[in-house]
Design a protein around this ligand. Sequence first.
Ligand SMILES: CC(C)(COP(=O)(O)OP(=O)(O)OC[C@H]1O[C@@H](n2cnc3c(N)ncnc32)[C@H](O)[C@@H]1OP(=O)(O)O)[C@@H](O)C(=O)NCCC(=O)NCCS
Length: 263
Amino acid sequence: MGVSLEGESVILVPYMKEHVPNYHQWMKDPALLFATGSEPLTLDQEFDMQLSWTQDPLTSSLVCWMSKKDCRMRMLSAAMLRDKKERQGYEMDNDIVGCHKPPVMEMARFTSLLMLRVVIHDGYFSERTFIVLDKQMIDGEFLHGQPHVEAMVGDVNIYMNDPEDPQFAEIEIMIAEPKSRGKGLGKEAVVMMMAFAIENLGIHTFRAKIGESNQASLILFHKLGFQDSSFSEIFKEWTLEFPVTESKGDDLQHCVSKMIIHS
Ligand SMILES: CC(C)(COP(=O)(O)OP(=O)(O)OC[C@H]1O[C@@H](n2cnc3c(N)ncnc32)[C@H](O)[C@@H]1OP(=O)(O)O)[C@@H](O)C(=O)NCCC(=O)NCCS
């Protein structure tokens, strides 16, 4: 069991199998899929994903599922795919291989969903995912190790996917429940994740990729001090960056000075 992080309004807990059905339900919403640049997964794939996130990514080959927008990256272990005979049904696409970093990655087009399958052979990729709980929605007391499905409202992720710089992290936030938006939960979850990642993973730069029409997310990240870095005409999305200077790191730690780490 990983750690849980308790802030003022949210608690970040590890993604557990009990969360999967609700998560899968959220990701059927076309608006959420669009906002997060995601492709739908089957319930089985979502369970596999959750399982793979509980395993140490540095010990085995991994398979990532990513949308073409490279926004929502998902991992499955190669072993699990082999077991499920899901290796069948892909066609190699050399153009896509050429876009990335061969021979580390072997990529293929997932024919039906237009997703990319990426096999990372030497395991430099790692990630951290937390489910966001709204503290006000928790039945009774928060218990570390319990999924508290009744209070889950979204998730926050970081991906360390730069083979040359494992301390460079891409961050994503989703407050999936519409009634839970606009209450400061997204912002607090991002700040807590960043503070945790700086302290525990030594992250020195964060990056966020956000569609140009996603004003809520652009405002959130700009308010946190992320700066526009580039714009992709193809994907119509901004890349924002946040280099962790000493003073910015101190500011973040100050914001979460009351954060409780449950382990
Ligand atoms: C974008 C998203 C994460 C924002 O989370 P949230 O919990 O609703 O945002 P918060 O309440 O923490 O707001 C953070 C700041 O952004 C501002 N903000 C949030 N939503 C806004 C909106 N729709 N319009 C204008 N400002 C907005 C808030 O005013 C707040 O500013 P403040 O710190 O000065 O008070 C949430 O709307 C969401 O998950 N949407 C769908 C999925 C998505 O778009 N994910 C991001 C993919 S890149």
